[in-house]
Write a protein that binds this ligand. Structure first.
Ligand SMILES: O=c1[nH]cnc2c1ncn2[C@@H]1O[C@H](COP(=O)(O)OP(=O)(O)O)[C@@H](O)[C@H]1O
Length: 221
């Protein structure tokens, strides 16, 4: 069987999109190092858009925050974003992709260098993944969600925006633990968990409990 099973125009990128193996570990590197010493690597940029949400879901679970991810055309869950074209500035690339994939109104919500959150490198793939985090109000978040359906890539590259459930239900699995058992593209799962911790949305103890719930769910299948 061919090693490239993505026919058509996606074929050129197939090797970058394969599910990650343990040998594809991502190491955090500075933005500056990535854009100088590692300039010849492939670069991709993705963004997490979120809002604080102090509502209580089902009269019981604190929502904590609204975090946007998306269902991709390949069935994986990831953040909006994509490859940086040759010679393209990284922020220009992430804004271009966000406009295409989620219809982001760039006049209002342009991603800037100040929104850079972390960059990680896969030596195996010779790939730098740049991650941006943008905080908006809950009202603005609704507005961004509404625009997703009109995005040029909606229904082709992107099958829909989704919100991450940040609560865990009574059985210790439903909610975020089950969500984390999805298949994530690249290091999106790691990016999500790092953001939950660094943004103070969840404590380390809470995350550990959630990850145990994910393992419990997987072993129940
Ligand atoms: O949400 C994400 N977080 C981290 N890496 C991702 C995410 N989505 C895709 N990637 C990785 O980024 C690279 C570009 O993929 P993507 O499908 O976003 O680009 P494209 O839309 O330009 O084709 C691939 O290596 C993929 O594994």
């Amino acid at each position: 069987m061919s090693t490239n099973d993505w026919p058509g125009i996606l074929g050129d990128f197939e090797h970058l999109g394969r599910p990650d193996q343990p040998s594809h570990q991502y190491k955090e590197e500075s933005y500056e190092h990535c854009t100088t010493a590692l300039e010849s690597y492939h670069h991709a940029a993705h963004a997490l858009i979120y809002a604080d949400d102090d509502s209580i879901k089902f009269k019981f679970y604190p929502a904590r925050a609204a975090i946007m991810m998306q269902m991709r055309c390949d069935g994986y869950v990831g953040f909006p974003g994509g490859m940086v074209d040759d010679g393209e500035n990284i922020e220009a690339a992430v804004n271009r992709e966000l406009r295409e994939e989620i219809g982001l109104n760039l006049k209002k919500y342009e991603i800037t260098k100040e929104d850079h959150f972390m960059s990680q490198v896969s030596e195996f793939k010779k790939l730098c993944l740049h991650f941006y985090v943008k905080k908006v109000t809950l009202e603005e978040f609704f507005e961004i969600e509404m625009d997703c359906l009109r995005a040029p890539d909606h229904g082709t590259e992107v099958m829909g925006a989704l919100r991450v459930p940040l609560y865990t239900m009574g059985d210790g699995m439903r909610g975020l633990p089950v969500f984390l058992a999805n298949q994530f593209i690249g290091n999106a799962r790691q990016q999500l968990i790092t953001a939950l911790l660094k943004l103070g949305i969840m404590t380390e103890d809470e995350v550990i409990k959630v990850l145990k719930g994910t393992e419990m769910f997987k072993s129940s299948l």
